[in-house]
Design a protein around this ligand. Sequence first.
Ligand SMILES: Cc1cc2nc3c(=O)[nH]c(=O)nc-3n(C[C@H](O)[C@H](O)[C@H](O)COP(=O)(O)O)c2cc1C
Length: 339
Amino acid sequence: MIDADRPAVILAPMEGVTDAPMRALQGELGGFHFAVTEYFRINQSRPGTKALGRHMPELSNQGRSVTGLPVQMQLLGGDPDRLAQAAEMAYRLGAWGIDLNFGCPAATVNRHDGGATLLKYPHRIRDIVRAVRQALPAAIRVSAKLRLGWDDLAAIDTNADMAAEGGASWLTIHARTRMQGYAPPVYWTRIAQVRRRLGIPIIANGDIWTLDDLRRCRDETGCQHFMLGRGALADPFFPRRAARFLAMGRFEVEESGPIDWHALMTRLVFWTQRLEPRALPRVGLRMKQWLRYAAVHGGFAEFEAVKRCRSADEILELLRARAVPSKGVGYAETQVMRA
Ligand SMILES: Cc1cc2nc3c(=O)[nH]c(=O)nc-3n(C[C@H](O)[C@H](O)[C@H](O)COP(=O)(O)O)c2cc1C
């Protein structure tokens, strides 16, 4: 899926956010090369096919959303054999690739031997990647998503080496340690060192909110591939502009007007109804979560009013009535940017 010569923009896995309805919507919006599912945790028992299918309904569509966006399954856990079994099961159900999570900072996950905890044990990272790699046919891609380390920025060197030695086709690196959580700064230059040493594609990740961030991240890392998470929520048209910027090496202003948040949220309800009707009672919370990112990091100015809404219908009504123009969001880059 990652082609060394072709730049790619990838939708970050975000637990509680990038579920199947959101992935379908992102496929509609365009820009992303592929998406990674939220993590699927593998603990003691073998997962059932139903649970895997619920987590990633795209499995029954050859690993693509109904809107055509390829989706990679992410697994999380500390036991190589169980992860290998789960990966094999996902492959049989239709997965084209498996991503392994070595970055989740959640305390409960870490206490149960998952996510960023593994960054303290580089050999275990190698053993997990290797076990999953060996359980799958060669055409099925295995990748790893890492933070820089638990509390040590330099740990990425050994951890990335181990993941590559285990047979990862590419690595995604979120340029922070586990102890940083989401606090600044991001250390993109650490990614550059790994990229120069390893012969596999590296996807740079962390705090890319604007085209200017993207350009600086590319310059600092030398990477061609980038994963966007919160930046894609703050400005839903950023991924498309990012993809064009990377493909063309320049970006020219597109005066396409303000973002129609009412239309976007209506599509989120549509895809939730269609793909995950059980989540409908929570769709209002999802909207608030999304609009909060747009308020804090984008140009959405109506969040105080949205916060007071008691249902998804109320939010939709508010967005429709105010036809909220998000000044600046999506159209902040007024200059022509050169690659
Ligand atoms: C709400 C939320 C949930 C996340 N869930 C996952 C996850 O399931 N798997 C994973 O590998 N990373 C997860 N992440 C980390 C993101 O994939 C990404 O690495 C991080 O947000 C930094 O990228 P950004 O600055 O572009 O958002 C999550 C991040 C957030 C904010």
